[in-house]
Write a protein that binds this ligand. Structure first.
Ligand code: ADP
Ligand code: TRP
Length: 332
């Protein structure tokens, strides 16, 4: 039996290179090796109260972009989370055994309290139980995600194991973060600090839908410094980030060439950025072209979402039936 894989992305904007290299590029490879479920986490995105128009538009963006990246609805199951209401039922059961203390200790919850103190809702607090429900619903053991999601997976294991203990059955397996590279990837942004992320602002992100002109402009504005002041010095964060981006999109020879120039204090950031932008464009172009084609094919999108929902519900309904029995909801 093939192992089961589950992963999803919240539809809060267009996908960027961080989403691609951290998550979606792994989806594309895994679909041929495992029994995969890839979904659009639209229920999760309700924590930030999107307008119906924004929500609908971003769900479509992510669906189009999943397909443009090469996720194949024939090889795996692609679905929209809200099309599978069984997940909400499992979320409710898991919440009965999720404790306030552990939910409050989640780093992403603490970050959200800091960034949005005016909207600390129960959905945000119980975000990890909904994520656990997504994963446990299909009995997944592997979850392709970026580094920032590791703590959520640890909580998923805690909730699954707790359910198993409570109902005295090894029912849910343990799920672990997965990446084909030896470490989980963290794609840096262009603003000189931290990761590429939608909430970090448009200038920080290269979107899969960005045209070559936009990519050139964004990379040319990426934060640098006055240049190295000693041979072989440790690179400051902003510069290291650009080298890390180059290690993702360029060839090893190109990376070694610019590293060498940096170490010899002969680097010209203008040339370095031009090369980085061109290699990003090469990585991005085939995806961008497919985005444009697929976005116009509404019939195809409708069919993909419909078939995906049916396949996902089949697996979800089986789990919910078994869970109800384990809990003790039995017909008279
Ligand atoms: P964003 O930070 O843009 O809001 P999400 O938090 O919705 O992105 O993340 C969606 C998926 O993409 C997750 O699996 C996450 O780990 C991955 N991801 C997002 N940004 C990065 C990044 N900069 N590097 C690696 N993976 C990332
Ligand atoms: N929390 C994930 C993120 O922010 C999205 C997500 C929701 C997810 N449910 C999931 C990822 C289940 C993997 C598995 O990116």
């Amino acid at each position: 039996m093939k192992e089961t894989v589950v992963s999803g992305i919240r539809p809060t904007g267009k996908l960027h290179l961080g989403n691609y290299f951290g998550a979606v590029s792994n989806f594309v490879k895994m679909q041929h090796e495992y029994n995969c479920y890839f979904f659009i986490a639209d229920l999760h995105s309700l924590t930030t109260h999107p307008t119906p128009q924004d929500l609908n538009g971003y769900v479509k963006h992510v669906l189009v972009e999943y397909l443009a990246c090469g996720i194949d609805p024939e090889a795996c199951t692609i679905y929209i989370q809200s099309d599978v209401p069984e997940v909400a039922e499992l979320y409710l059961y898991l919440n009965m055994n999720a404790y306030l203390g552990e939910l409050e200790r989640s780093t992403s919850f603490k970050d959200k309290i800091r960034s949005h103190p005016d909207n600390v809702n129960a959905g945000l607090l119980t975000y990890p139980s909904l994520m656990a429900a997504d994963i446990l619903l299909h009995h997944a053991t592997k979850v392709p995600v970026g580094k920032d999601q590791e703590q959520h997976l640890e909580m998923t294991r805690t909730f699954g194991n707790r359910f198993n203990r409570l109902y005295n059955k090894e029912y849910f397996p343990e799920a672990y973060a997965f990446s084909y590279s030896d470490k989980l990837v963290k794609v840096p942004g262009l603003d000189g600090k931290g990761k590429m992320g939608k909430s970090e602002g448009d200038g920080n992100c290269i979107y899969l839908a960005d045209s070559p002109e936009i990519i050139r402009k964004k990379v040319s504005r990426a934060v640098t410094d006055g240049g190295p002041t000693a041979e072989n010095q440790t690179k400051p964060e902003a510069i290291q980030n650009l080298f890390d981006l180059m290690s993702i999109v360029s060839s090893p020879d190109t990376l070694a060439h610019y590293n060498d120039l940096y170490n010899k204090m002969a680097i010209r950031y203008g040339d370095f950025k031009k090369q980085l932008a061109e290699d990003m464009i090469i990585a991005n172009n085939p995806i961008r072209e497919r985005i444009e084609d697929i976005a116009n094919d509404t019939d195809y999108l409708r069919k993909v979402a419909h078939t995906g929902a049916e396949k996902a519900r089949e697996s979800a309904q089986k789990t919910i039936k078994e869970v109800r029995e384990l809990i003790g909801f039995k017909p008279f």
